[in-house]
Design a protein around this ligand. Structure first.
Ligand code: PEP
Ligand code: MG
Length: 591
């Protein structure tokens, strides 16, 4: 691995997560602000009055910086920056910090820190919306302390011109202030292919590389070339690379558009659906002509809540989502493709997937030694069956009032009795189509029996990969293992298809297998998945046009050959390289 200041040819390599080629200037994200040591006093060469003035000046400077950034930012970054600027101008924090300097002789940094702790405590005790503002106060505190120390402000750096952002990893809060008009590409030293950075980059269509050691150490101002498909950042830029970036910018200026009809070159239908988490997502997906929803993550209604939302609240929320999508997706392609596409778009709802990285105070246990292997997903029904049956009742009611074609699946199914139990609960709630997510290797291996109990399967490659490879999906250090191109993961996809086909043959009924993990949005891997027998793919709507275009370039026979080629390889990297080399269209599209 090259080091950032090594030879002029040095290249930093990591895991590719979002395609695209750009040349740009690096800006590094500042590290976290450290706590000033407790009891640190006004320095001997200063005075309480001077320290108090420093606090006022620093707060004013932070407010001005945030307002200035808000004025030029776009989208949600603008709203977040405006709200934080407002918080910085609230005198409560500065006043109590000044008091601590004057009365207790604390240094300016320490006084701001302690004053902010006091404000946070008050907000948290008020609960609800006010408690949610605690994170904003901590953000403002960190910015004021950084200003007092003369350090770079934490978070996404401010810039007048677009730049390549390098960081250790992005925190979920950073993603809110990332302005896609300013960031050309993302390169992180940590973070896996399923990290926040990776998911955000794919949603925004930004070229990105993760788990690239040394990336965060590249000096701001360095000109680099980032290739998101190859997973590299070059610290010197050749003429060829400038040309590749120019070509990519040209392609990006005329983006591909999905026509709402996913097919292979020989006409084989492969419905391309959307992953959504809210009504806004559903509307955006329908606008992008997604052929329905392949994964509706229902957690949004439950997270950050002390109690379970009522059945009425859930029903209203699901109904909004079902009707937001209703009719606009697959129906849009009906003219060209005949009766099949005139069906109502399928909306696939996943029941609550709590636990592990999504704890819920009323359902999951804090302090499990291995939360990813703990009581999560479907397993939480053992703590409270009612939370699940209430959710199924709400989904069923919303499906009835909207007339949407709703399919319901459970996350983390591992055994045949679990599938049977879930299908029974769905039937009891009046839900017609019950299915399972295949995320645990045992479910893939036992797919035939599991699909004897329910109607469909959707493979969650994010979790399936972490469990097949025993590699935590959040860990950048394990990114190489945690790669859905791993031949062992592809074996499990194949096993699911083989099991589903056998279940279909013995029941005489259809048993469809989709993929809704991040793998479905990788155009080259999408071809392999279809070749392995997958019938539909679901992804962030951003990925639909590229996946559709690449699928259109191969026949089913070619997809099967490419799947075989991938299965023959010894590693994920070799499988990716072998398949990519056989798909020249990727190069033409800058993918
Ligand atoms: C998956 O595991 O692939 C999946 C789609 O679920 P999530 O990413 O929400 O765990
Ligand atoms: Mg999952």
């Amino acid at each position: 691995m090259s080091t950032p200041h090594a030879s002029p040819q040095s290249v930093i390599a990591g895991t590719p997560v979002s395609a695209g080629r750009v040349v740009g200037t690096v800006k590094a994200m500042a590290g976290p602000v450290t706590e000033p040591s407790p009891g640190s006093q006004v320095p001997v060469d200063s005075s309480p009055e001077a320290e108090a003035q420093r606090i006022k000046d620093a707060a004013a400077a932070v407010k001005a910086q945030l307002s200035e950034r808000a004025a030029t930012a776009s989208g949600s970054a603008k709203d977040v920056l405006k709200a934080t600027a407002l918080m910085a101008s609230d005198p409560t924090l500065t006043k109590s910090a000044v008091k601590l300097v004057k009365n207790s002789g604390l240094s300016a940094e320490r006084a701001v820190w302690e004053a902010a702790d006091g404000v946070v405590e008050q907000l948290v005790s008020l609960g609800g919306y006010m408690a949610e503002r605690a994170a904003d106060v901590r953000d403002v505190r960190n910015r004021i302390v950084a200003e007092l120390r003369g350090e770079q402000a934490p978070g996404i750096p401010a810039s007048e011109t677009p730049f390549v952002l390098v960081a250790v990893d992005l925190a979920p809060a950073d993603t809110a202030t990332l302005d896609p008009a300013k960031v050309l590409a993302l390169v992180t030293s940590d973070g896996g292919p399923q990290s926040h950075t990776a998911i955000l980059a794919r949603q925004l269509g930004l070229p990105a590389v993760v788990a690239a050691p040394g990336a965060d150490k590249v000096e701001s101002g360095t000109e680099v070339y980032v290739d998101g498909a190859a997973g590299t950042m070059s610290l010197t830029v050749s003429d060829e690379q400038r040309e590749a970036a120019r070509k990519f910018a040209e392609l990006a200026a005329n983006p591909l558009v999905f026509d709402g009809d996913g097919r292979l070159a020989d006409g084989t239908r492969v419905p391309l659906r959307a992953n959504i988490g809210s009504a806004a997502d559903a509307r955006a997906a329908a606008e992008k002509k997604a052929q329905g929803v392949g994964l509706f993550r229902t957690e949004f209604l439950f997270l950050d809540r002390e109690d379970e939302p009522s059945v009425e609240e859930q029903t209203a929320s699901y109904a909004e989502i079902f009707s937001a999508f209703g009719g606009a997706g697959a129906a849009g392609a009906a003219g060209a493709a005949g009766a099949a596409e005139a069906e109502r778009p399928k909306i696939t709802v996943r029941t609550l997937d709590a636990g592990a990285d999504k704890p819920l105070p009323f359902l999951t246990e804090a302090g499990e030694p291995n939360p990813a292997l703990g009581v999560r997903g479907y397993r939480t029904h053992t703590r409270s069956l009612e939370v699940l049956t209430n959710q199924l009742a709400a989904i069923s009611a919303a499906a009835q009032t909207t007339g949407a074609d709703v399919w319901v699946m459970a996350p983390m199914i591992a055994t045949v009795p679990e599938a049977k139990h879930f299908a029974q609960l769905c039937a009891d709630a009046g839900i017609e189509h019950a299915g399972v997510m295949v995320e645990v290797p045992s479910a893939a291996i036992r797919a035939e029996s599991i699909l004897g109990e329910c109607e469909f399967a959707s493979i969650g490659t994010n979790d399936l990969t972490q469990y097949a490879m025993a590699a935590d999906r959040m860990l950048g250090a394990l990114a190489e293992l945690n790669d859905p191109w791993q031949p062992a993961v592809l074996d499990l996809v194949k096993a699911t298809h083989v099991g589903a086909a056998a279940a279909a043959a013995s029941s005489g009924e259809e048993r469809s297998v989709g993929v809704c993990g991040e793998a479905a949005g990788d155009p080259a891997l999408a071809v392999v998945l279809v070749g392995l027998g997958v019938n539909s793919l679901s992804m962030t709507p951003r990925s639909l046009p590229a996946v559709a275009e690449v699928l259109k370039s191969v026949t089913l026979e070619q997809a099967r050959d490419l799947a075989e080629l991938a299965l023959e390889q010894a590693s994920a990297a070799e499988a990716r390289d072998a398949v990519r080399a056989a798909l020249p269209i990727l190069e033409d599209l800058g993918l």
